[in-house]
Design a protein around this ligand. Structure first.
Ligand code: FRU
Length: 918
């Protein structure tokens, strides 16, 4: 549709251009006609020219008359040159005067046709006219006959500088020479006009009493001479002969007996146009066209008159026809315009109809599409209505759930509060006796350590209980805010000092950055501010690894105090960061927090009109607290120091981690147990439980646990489940999928006693599951049992050297089978050692040793010797080989050593066996 309208427009434009060109036709040829005189003869020629020109298309003729004035004619011709006419027709007034301007036109490339009169050069294109010389001679002949060879004649010539006057005179003289008795009395100039001719005639009459014939070079001058003679009454026996014989005066004068005879001097206007068109259209044309002449006297004048009248009637008819034709042409042109206009209108209508049709078509299509879309929309609307109803239902359900959850949370909180209240007294009653017991100087180091552990954990419990109670207060709106002037910067500096020892112990680099020139005084509840900072800082301490970094920054930005605490090495996911301040929220299921601490921090910050956010990336975690700036300069704020019990808790945080270093009695030998737990106290406690009987390795997280297990291949692994990063289940799964460690029994220790988590643990390949709080005896007996079972297995392997036992993993079965076939294949090699075997099995020497020892109760060397001896026994029994041959065949370097070993293994020497075998 869009392409149709421009097409129609373009078409219409073309049409209108075409119409415009039809109505205005520019002349193709412009012809300039410069006439020397203005008389009947010239007018007749002019009308012949214009009439003839009408027969050609696109020819425009302009006629200018110089009225016998050379200068004026020169002007006319120059005008035509300047106008740029395509062709020039010139009847020069006088040859000499007009020649230069005609030459100029000719030289400029304008074709020039000379008519009737000539110029004095040949720089013209064509000439048309009668032979004036011949006419002169014919006139002389006529007069000779008229006078019967004798008499007197006078001649009145045309303009002396015009060529017809000159040529006619010469011809006349030539003709008269045939009549010696005819005397030319005189020749006088009449300038082609009757007046001058009359006056010349009068002079001649005065001079010559007897004049028989007057020859005037044209009829007009003859008429003037006749009038002059008539006035002197001398016309009686005088004859007048002229030239032109034009109807209108010459012919009438003959009929009226004023003129005896005249000679036709043809105007030839039609021929002029014909030759002009031949020139313009490039056709051939004669350079000289000589028109004929003939005498007219009383004998043929009436016929001539009739003919001329007839011709002029015809001319008039032609004129009429031409006029009509012009009318018709004009009408035709008008009709053409109307036709084109109608066509244009028609096309316009057609175009519009097409446009209307296309518009309608498009409209229908759009309507169809719209109705389809409408249908779809209605369908979608219905779906949306259904979805909306579902959403409303879901919303109601969610609201219900949320209410229930809120109620449950409330109930939980109420329960926690009650329980916490109940916990406080017994905890205090535990804490104090512990203090008393610790004061006993006779206490052995193990008991002291255990009491310290108890003390630490009772304090932590008390802190948690207090936090829960505080949180309830906040929730119930009963937490009070005691605002007083407070120096934030001074207090932070003081608190930082309290953390110094803990930082040192963990080798943490600490930076405190604050502008020295800024006032950080504000109205605040000092105790709550201290708890905010304590909580953030102790969290940072807890999660910063050894040799890590903590940076605290304090600044004034815009209208806020900005406090940020950054610690390196811990990463909290974006989802966790979002929810970290929600109550009971635990990051990554981390057991270390209850999810109360940060919720309480946020509550305290908000009570001060502030805001807290957290951000974390691979570098570490930053908590940012903002407090609104306050104008409190008139007060004298106090610097708050950290209470003594808090300082204790801080050092406990670190001491717990460091406690591992102080170990009690350690077993020098015995099975190796790897303890994996992120809680330093638990790690330390379990280590102390086991270290009397086992060699204990400890790891603070799953990744470290895997690394140690791979390196040392322990006999049993005791691992916590909920740990940051690689948790216990994942750690177990990975260890069970490695050949080097898949045989190691794993006990998972967890605070979660849900069946689902147990299932997860067993799916991960755990051999046992113990819930926290665990009984130390249970843990010890579980480890004993697992090792004993393993021993039974070892016995089985050791004795039978078979891998039929069902409880062993496929991976271990495959391992033993591979090892056996490897040994059988290589046993002949006396140089075969554990290093080589380990390499072949894809393990280190230690790994191979620990693995084989654990699975078979034999070291690789013992196993190798046993297999050699068993093979030797079989060879001795089934072949004829000598003892020495058998010894070498199974890889003993000396038969005597073979014999020694054989006897140790089987109770008799190989030779004795062979003898017995007979
Ligand atoms: C007309 C006329 C004729 C004559 C001719 C000669 O202007 O005077 O009468 O024959 O010119 O050029």
């Amino acid at each position: 549709m869009k392409q149709v309208y421009p097409c129609i427009l373009f078409f219409l434009c073309l049409l209108s251009l075409g119409l415009a060109s039809c109505t205005r036709t520019a002349p193709r040829y412009r012809i300039g006609v410069s006439q020397c005189s203005d008389d009947e003869w010239r007018r007749q020629m002019n009308s012949e020219i214009t009439r003839e020109a009408r027969f050609y298309d696109g020819v425009l003729v302009e006629v200018r008359t110089a009225k016998d004035d050379n200068a004026r004619q020169e002007e006319d011709i120059r005008h035509f040159i300047n106008e740029g006419v395509d062709l020039l027709v010139v009847a020069p007034n006088e040859a000499q005067s007009i020649t230069p301007v005609v030459e100029e036109a000719y030289n400029k490339g304008i074709p020039v046709i000379l008519v009737d009169r000539k110029i004095s050069s040949d720089k013209y294109t064509a000439y048309i006219g009668a032979d004036n010389h011949a006419i002169g001679r014919e006139v002389a002949a006529y007069i000779g006959t008229l006078l019967q060879g004798s008499g007197s004649v006078v001649e009145i010539t045309g303009l002396s500088g015009s060529t017809p006057a000159i040529e006619r005179h010469k011809g006349f003289l030539e003709g008269l020479s045939a009549y010696p008795d005819i005397r030319l009395l005189a020749t006088g100039e009449g300038a082609w006009q009757s007046g001058p001719a009359g006056r010349k005639m009068e002079a001649l009459l005065d001079s010559f009493p007897q004049i028989d014939v007057v020859f005037a070079q044209n009829d007009r001058m003859a008429s003037g001479a006749y009038e002059a003679a008539l006035r002197r009454q001398r016309t009686g026996r005088m004859s007048f002969v002229g030239i032109d014989a034009l109807s209108g005066y010459g012919l009438e004068d003959i009929l009226a007996d004023r003129l005896t005879a005249s000679f036709i001097y043809p105007t030839g206007g039609d021929r002029v146009v014909q030759i002009a068109m031949s020139i313009l259209q490039g056709r051939e044309f004669p350079r000289e066209t000589i028109l004929g002449t003939s005498v007219v006297d009383s004998t043929n004048a009436p016929v001539m008159k009739m003919q001329t009248a007839h011709i002029s009637t015809l001319d008039e008819k032609i004129e009429t026809l031409t006029g009509r034709m012009s009318q018709y042409l004009a009408r035709y042109a008008t009709q053409q315009v109307v036709l084109y206009g109608s066509l244009f209108a028609l096309l316009l209508v057609v175009g519009l109809l097409v446009a209307v049709y296309l518009s309608l078509h498009a409209k229908n299509r759009l309507n169809r599409e719209l109705s389809m879309q409408k249908g779809k929309l209605e369908e979608q609307k219905e779906q949306l209505v259904v979805q909306k109803e579902q959403l409303i239902e879901q919303k109601t359900q969610l609201e219900q759930l949320s209410r229930e959850l809120e109620e449950a949370t409330h109930a939980k909180l109420v329960f926690f509060t009650n329980v916490s209240h109940d916990f406080r007294t017994p905890l205090t009653l535990i804490a104090d006796p512990i203090e008393q017991l610790l004061a006993n100087p006779a206490l052995d180091s193990q008991s002291h350590r255990l009491l310290e552990l108890m003390k630490r954990n009772v304090r932590i419990l008390l802190r948690l209980v207090n936090q829960i109670l505080d949180f309830r207060k906040v929730e119930n709106g009963r937490m009070e805010l005691h605002l007083a002037p407070f120096d934030l910067l001074g207090s932070l500096r003081s608190w930082n000092d309290s953390f110094r020892m803990a930082l040192l112990k963990k080798h943490i680099t600490f930076h405190f950055e604050a502008p020295s020139d800024t006032d950080f005084r504000m109205m605040a509840d000092a105790e709550k501010m201290e708890r905010i900072y304590f909580n953030l800082f102790s969290n940072a301490l807890k999660y910063t690894p050894e040799n890590g970094k903590i940076t605290v920054r304090l600044s004034l930005t815009g209208q806020n105090y900005l406090l940020s605490v950054f610690n390196s090495g811990s990463y909290i996911s974006a989802a966790d960061v979002k929810a970290i301040f929600e109550r009971f929220y635990q990051v990554d299921g981390h057991q270390a927090g209850t999810g109360i601490g940060l919720a309480l921090v946020r509550a305290f910050v908000e009570m001060h009109g502030g805001d807290i956010t957290a951000g974390s990336d691979e570098k570490g975690t930053t908590f940012t607290v903002t407090f609104p700036w306050q104008e409190v300069s008139q007060y004298h704020p106090t610097v708050v120091t950290l209470p003594a019990d808090k300082q204790e808790v801080v050092s406990m945080l670190v001491d717990a981690e460091m406690a591992e270093a102080e170990e009690g009695e350690k077993a020098e030998s015995g099975p190796v147990v790897l303890v994996i737990d992120d809680n330093a106290d638990i790690r330390s406690y379990v280590t102390s439980l086991l270290s009397g009987e086992y060699r204990v390795l400890a790891a603070a997280d799953g990744a470290e646990g895997i690394r140690l297990a791979m390196k040392y291949v322990p006999d049993v692994i005791v691992s916590d489940v909920m740990m940051p990063g690689v948790d216990g289940v994942e750690c177990c799964r990975r260890l069970k999928s490695e050949l080097q460690t898949c045989h190691i029994p794993v006990i998972l220790l967890t605070a979660c006693s849900l069946d689902e988590q147990r299932i997860q643990g067993y799916d991960g390949g755990a051999d046992s599951y113990i819930s926290k709080p665990f009984n130390s005896q249970l843990l010890l007996s579980r480890i004993h049992n697992l090792l004993a079972n393993r021993r039974q297995l070892k016995q089985f392997f050791g004795d039978g050297q078979t891998i039929e036992k069902e409880s062993i993993s496929d991976m271990d079965k495959d391992f033993v089978a591979r090892f056996k076939s490897l040994v059988e294949e290589k046993m002949k090699d006396t140089e075969l050692n554990v290093e080589d075997l380990g390499r072949e099995m894809g393990m280190s020497r230690v790994q191979l040793y620990r693995k084989l020892k654990s699975l078979t109760n034999y070291s690789p060397n013992e196993l190798l010797r046993q297999m050699r001896l068993k093979k030797a026994a079989s060879l001795l029994a089934s072949s004829d080989m000598t003892v020495a041959e058998v010894a070498y065949e199974v890889g003993f370097s000396s038969p005597s050593y073979f014999t020694k070993c054989y006897k140790e293994q089987f109770g008799e020497s190989p030779t004795e066996f062979l003898k017995r075998k007979g």
